[in-house]
Design a protein around this ligand. Structure first.
Ligand code: C2E
Ligand code: MG
Ligand code: MG
Length: 691
């Protein structure tokens, strides 16, 4: 070898080994850090590129420097400090440029071009370093070797990045590392072969080799420190990103509140289970669960209590699952489960366990509650073979369980499909009912209990279906609410009733029922205001009936709308009082103009002491709050007598008058009454004003 041939007396093998170690570990951390940078973007990527460039540049520089110091030379050697530092800086800057190109969006050749730039940076560093190496002699360069060294470095580094970044085969990253180390080593030796020095003062002032060794070790120490910093950052970041990945993965697959798997995990799991069941010929149950009284806890005790209830249920469900069973939370108060089974008894056992935990009391702070649940089961392959059908059939069964007060668990039956389809058709028919003039309003009289005078009429909607005949409101109002058609229908009812009442020659009030959906969606106050203006009905003649569920649905919004309505001059009655929540808080939250006592109490008031006591209590409540009470569902004279004795203000019921089309209410309502009963004041028949 001609490397500094004239002055080199030997190599320090330890330093050669040290250089090799720095070179390999530098290459390893360089490619490792570059991989990190690859997975980041923007500013973060800039930071990683910088760190990689510092690690790469300084490790290559250290390798070169230690390798130079490993030569035992016979001529005095010095280093130009500025050029030495410049070589380090050039290595770092050149590497940074190369890495930036490697990770850029440059099409096709980004990696190779970036690698070539790094290879070139290594040669620039090397030759600048060589210029800093001052030896007392005549230096000659062999241009052939110089060019070869540049080409080798550029080509090998380009190949190294091609392998390490593209990673087209299993050991590509290691191949990249080997090529990168080869680029550094080949450059060094070829470049060293390119230079020859003829010493001017042979033997004069031999270099203090110990000082050079110490320097080499110090440089290696510095270099390794930088490499170590790179390794540490890599590990810290790797760990942090692994942790955050695991956290993200947990968040993506689990429900944060209960810790149960979420809808997306459920769906994945079910898909996989269906695959297994198809292979094994096993059965798989899909179970839909909906809590019954969760909304009540949320509404009455607040969201915190609701969350606590969900957590408690989540814990119980997690504890309950065994092999082949899976439970997830798929919505607010909805859960879903699957169970692989062979015998029906295994499924029944699972369902029984589910039922047991869902009906166990939950203690939240100082109160105890039972949420209860409706459970619907559909079985693969009998009730469906694909995920969508099984889930929708389990839901159908669950809704049936919900509708059936006596049953918490329902198994899917194909006739449910028919019922659901019939409901769907009814909803579609209803949408066109108003246009097709199938809707009609009936009016039921409301009278004063003391005088028998007519106070007003409740407006009750009727649907005359062309095929099904008269569909009762209890059947079609919920469908209209579900499908949103109630908004159109409700407006029609209001407009038609107000127009009708405005045409009467007596200023009777009309009471119109409002649905919670109308409160939630329409600008109700504006609508009613415009209807009153349009029809000319004085606001005082319009009473709006709302049920407690309207207030519970969205208390603050409902109260706001109620105040707006009250400001228009219309009155507000609370309907069906005594059923549902019947919370005193409802009465306190808004000054209602009337309490309508639910008709269920009337039917029992004759025989049941309890019913009578409740009627009495509600009447007393009305008196003390100064809100008149109207008793609904009065069917006999005896019931009316009781009301009269208890001091009830108004009454409504079949005994006083059935709901009738407007044409028929102009005949005296007394025809409905018991012959023995007579009011103190006779009511003249109602006449219509000329329209
Ligand atoms: P509601 O507001 O409590 O209406 C009173 C219901 O009791 C009416 O039933 C009426 O026919 C019935 N009823 C009146 N007197 C007696 C009686 O002496 N004995 C018995 N057994 N029943 C009596 P209907 O017309 O079937 O309406 C049922 C429910 O449908 C209404 O209950 C109301 O909540 C709803 N509804 C009716 N029309 C409308 C409407 O236009 N809009 C809205 N949102 N709901 C309506
Ligand atoms: Mg009503
Ligand atoms: Mg009612």
């Amino acid at each position: 070898m001609r490397v500094l041939s004239c002055i080199i007396t030997g190599h320090n093998p330890w330093l050669v080994l040290l250089a090799a170690f720095v070179c390999i570990s530098g290459g390893w951390i360089t490619l490792g850090l570059l991989r990190r940078a690859e997975n980041t973007r923007d500013l973060q990527r800039g930071g990683w590129i910088f760190l990689t460039a510092v690690a790469a540049g300084s490790s290559i520089w250290c390798t070169h420097f230690i390798a130079m110091l490993a030569y035992e030379v016979s001529a005095p050697v010095t280093f130009d400090p500025i050029l030495t530092m410049a070589s380090l800086l050039l290595a770092v800057i050149g590497c940074a440029c190369g890495f930036a190109i490697t990770l850029s969006r440059l099409p096709y050749v980004a990696q190779e071009l970036g690698g070539a730039v790094v290879g070139f940076a290594i040669t620039v560093m090397h030759y600048t370093g060589m210029m800093a190496y001052r030896v007392d002699g005549i230096i000659e360069w062999n241009m052939g070797y110089v060019i070869a060294s540049v080409l080798l470095s550029v080509i090998f580094a380009a190949l190294a990045f091609n392998q390490a970044i593209r990673r087209s085969w299993r050991f590509a990253w290691f191949a990249g590392l080997v090529l990168f180390v080869a680029a550094v080593v080949l450059l060094h030796f070829t470049a060293m072969a390119a230079v020859s020095v003829t010493p001017l003062a042979m033997g004069a002032g031999l270099v203090d080799s110990h000082a050079l060794d110490a320097m080499a070790v110090a440089v290696a120490g510095g270099g390794l420190l930088i490499i170590g910093t790179g390794v540490a950052s890599y590990m810290i970041d790797e760990r942090a990103s692994r942790e955050s990945y695991q956290k993200l993965q947990h968040m993506a697959l689990n429900d944060l509140l209960t810790g149960l798997p979420n809808r997306s995990s459920f769906s994945d799991y079910l898909q996989a289970e269906l695959g297994h069941a198809a292979e094994d010929g096993a059965k798989l149950a899909v179970i839909g669960i909906d809590l019954d009284r969760f909304k009540e806890i949320n509404d009455l005790r607040g969201h915190k209590a609701g969350d606590q209830a969900l957590k408690a249920i989540g814990r119980r469900l997690l504890r309950l699952v065994r092999d082949g069973e899976f439970v997830a939370r798929v919505g607010g108060d909805e859960f879903a489960a699957t169970k692989r089974f062979q015998n029906q008894s295994e499924l029944l056992d699972f369902v029984a366990r589910l039922e047991k935990v869902l009906f166990e009391a939950i203690r939240i702070d100082d109160f105890e509650t039972v949420t209860g649940a409706s459970i619907g089961v559909a079985v693969y392959p009998d009730d469906g073979t694909d995920q969508e059908r099984l889930v929708s059939n389990a839901d159908l069964a669950m809704y049936r369980a919900k509708a059936d007060i006596g049953r918490a668990v329902c198994f899917y039956e194909s006739r449910m499909d028919e019922a659901a389809r019939a409901r769907h058709t009814l909803a579609q028919d209803l949408r066109r009912a108003a246009e097709l003039e199938q809707l009609e309003l009936h009016y039921q009289v409301q009278t004063s209990v003391r005088t028998g005078d007519i106070c007003g009429y409740e407006v009750l909607l009727r649907w005359n279906h062309p095929e099904r005949g008269a569909v009762p409101p209890s059947e079609f109002i919920p469908i209209a609410e579900e499908s949103g058609t109630i908004l159109v229908i409700g407006e029609w009812v209001l407009r038609t009733a107000c127009k009708e009442a405005a045409s009467w020659d007596r200023p009777y009030k009309i009471a119109v029922n409002l649905s919670p959906v109308q409160f939630a969606h329409a600008d109700l106050a504006k609508l009613i205001h415009s209807i009153l203006l349009e029809t000319g009905l004085p606001p005082a003649r319009l009473e709006l009936e709302i049920t407690e569920s309207t207030i519970i649905a969205d208390k603050s919004r409902t109260l706001h709308v109620l105040r707006q309505l009250r400001a228009l001059g219309v009155t507000i009655a609370i309907d069906d009082f005594g059923t549902g929540y019947s919370s005193l808080d409802t009465l306190r939250s808004f000054p209602f103009d009337k309490i309508k006592l639910d008709r269920s109490f009337m039917s029992e008031v004759d025989e049941s002491i309890q019913a009578k006591a409740i009627v009495r209590a509600v009447l007393a409540l009305g008196k003390s709050l100064e809100i008149p009470v109207l008793a609904e569902g009065v069917e006999t004279n005896h019931q009316l007598e009781i009301l009269r004795m208890e001091g009830c203000d108004e009454a409504q019921g079949f005994y006083l008058g059935r709901p009738k089309p407007v044409g028929q209410i102009f005949q005296a309502t007394s025809t409905d009454r018991d012959e023995e009963f007579s009011f103190s004041g006779r009511v003249p028949p109602l006449r219509m004003r000329r329209r």
